[in-house]
Design a protein around this ligand. Structure first.
Ligand code: ADP
Length: 446
């Protein structure tokens, strides 16, 4: 096992990794920006090193400064968390060059599965269900028009290097496709430094279902079943749950097994999430692979009893997976509500500033993953998520009742948060029924 790990992240996920380190007997080291100087979780680390000013480009996204901090602290490994540098192959490579273990895949496996086009090719080989669409990056407009005609409209143009919901365009006919292609490619080049684009079938009514997988360095790999993350706004997930409502194990199991084949064939170690859209007939189409820990990993932890972050650290240290596929048993239901410092009544405008009252919920089945305490000031520089409320119960109905109960206990003042919206959702008939699609929340808020 490692002696010391540097956490190249901030906020709740930095605290989550600190907790995993402590339980493994590893010393956690944090980095922080000037904007996070007073964050209370920094005191839980053995060491905390300032890496620059508030803007992420000058701190959490600065590879040189993070590697310098890792060398000063003399760590054996770096946990990248999610966001920031977690999916940048050049960061994983910089760690390797400095003989620091990157807690995640190799830069090669990350690049192969992180790029949408090469990932799709690998998925096809592994028998993972994918969208009808262009097999690789598009060569020209004529090829795109021919393909779209054979798939049928609508189609969606995506950037091979895209992410965060950016660089996608839905086209309902050939004229729209032709006029959008060049712009999409230019936009992708400007935004991601790679102009490659492809098209695939656009699904009008779909649910977001993703499979959690994890592999070790000895060829071992397992899946931890699925999460349903269909309650989204502008491609940002707001609620995640496991298992997916109304989904037979017999229907999802082959998809889970295909995800395991994909990471095995890619010689991938660490945690990964294979994301799918599921149509109304419960057919699956792979969207992409996230080569890091997900924000919503706790719902899987609650229903499987497996600590994903600790497992990531153990496999990075060279241990074999401490459980087999047969050991992974689902128990009950879990729901995660993302509590963002945003005002839903004003277009989800971010609400940075001081939190004076902070009364988090508790009681049976309630888990709070948050770095916030009363007196904390939400910085303006970063993502607006301030807490994740994760609730576990014996079944989905009881889980919804318990989530509503926990949300009622939760008091945050004076900043506005998504708590009232979550309260409303726990009472909305369609959500309670289960099986809402990815446009449900936007329809509800219209
Ligand atoms: P990103 O990496 O930018 O997040 P994804 O490929 O994961 O891009 O897609 C983001 C979101 O866009 C999906 O969650 C879904 O809401 C929508 N989307 C992507 N592809 C399709 C598709 N083929 N049909 C319908 N919706 C899609």
């Amino acid at each position: 096992m490692f002696t010391r790990i540097l956490i190249a992240n901030r906020g709740e996920i930095a605290l989550r990794v600190i907790r995993a380190c402590r339980e493994l007997g590893v010393e956690p080291v944090c980095v922080y920006s000037e904007a996070d100087r007073d964050a209370p979780y920094l005191r839980l680390a053995d060491q905390a090193i300032c890496i620059g000013p508030g803007p992420a480009k000058e701190s959490y996204l600065n590879i040189g400064r993070i590697i310098a901090a890792a060398e000063v602290a003399n760590v054996d490994a770096i946990h990248p968390g999610y966001g920031f540098l977690s999916e940048r192959a050049e960061f994983a490579q910089a760690c390797r060059d400095c003989k620091i273990e990157f807690i995640g895949p190799t830069p090669e496996a990350m690049a192969r599965l992180g790029d949408k086009v090469s990932c799709k090719l690998a998925a096809k080989e592994a028998g993972v269900p994918i969208f009808p669409g262009s097999p690789g990056a598009l060569e020209d407009e004529e090829e795109a028009a021919r393909l779209a005609a054979s798939i049928g409209y609508p189609v969606i143009i995506k950037a091979s290097a895209g992410g965060g919901g950016r660089g996608m365009r839905v086209c309902h006919n050939e004229a729209a496709l032709r006029s959008n292609l060049r712009a999409a490619s230019a936009e992708a080049l400007a935004a991601f430094g790679n102009g490659a684009v492809f098209i695939e079938k656009f699904l009008e009514h779909a649910q977001h279902v993703e499979i959690q997988v994890i592999g070790d360095k000895h060829g071992g790999a397992v899946h931890l079943w699925e999460r349903n993350c269909s309650v989204q706004r502008r491609h940002q997930k707001l609620i995640e749950e496991a298992p997916s409502p109304g989904l037979d194990r017999a229907k999802i199991e082959p998809v889970c097994q295909s995800a395991v084949r994909l990471i095995t064939q890619a010689k991938y170690h660490g945690a990964a999430t294979v994301e799918f859209l599921m149509d109304q007939a419960k057919n699956f189409y792979m969207l992409e692979v996230n080569t890091r820990v997900q924000v919503e990993h706790p719902v899987t932890e609650m229903v499987t009893g497996i600590d994903i972050v600790k497992t990531m650290i153990r496999v990075a240290a060279g241990e074999r997976l401490p459980f087999s596929q047969r050991d992974v048993q689902l128990r009950g239901h879990a729901i995660e509500c993302r509590i963002n410092a945003e005002d839903p009544a004003r277009g989800f405008m971010p609400q940075p500033g001081p939190v004076q009252t902070w009364h988090p919920p508790g009681g049976p089945g309630v888990r709070m993953d948050t770095h916030v305490v009363a007196g904390y000031v939400v910085p303006k520089f970063y993502d607006s998520m301030v807490a994740k409320l994760i609730v576990h119960a014996d079944d989905r109905r009881q889980c919804i009742t318990r989530t509503a109960r926990a949300l009622r206990e939760f008091r945050v003042e004076p900043i506005k948060t998504t708590i009232p919206l979550h309260q409303r959702l726990m009472e909305e008939a369609a959500f309670v029924e289960g099986g809402v699609d990815i446009h449900y929340l936007e329809r509800l808020l219209k």
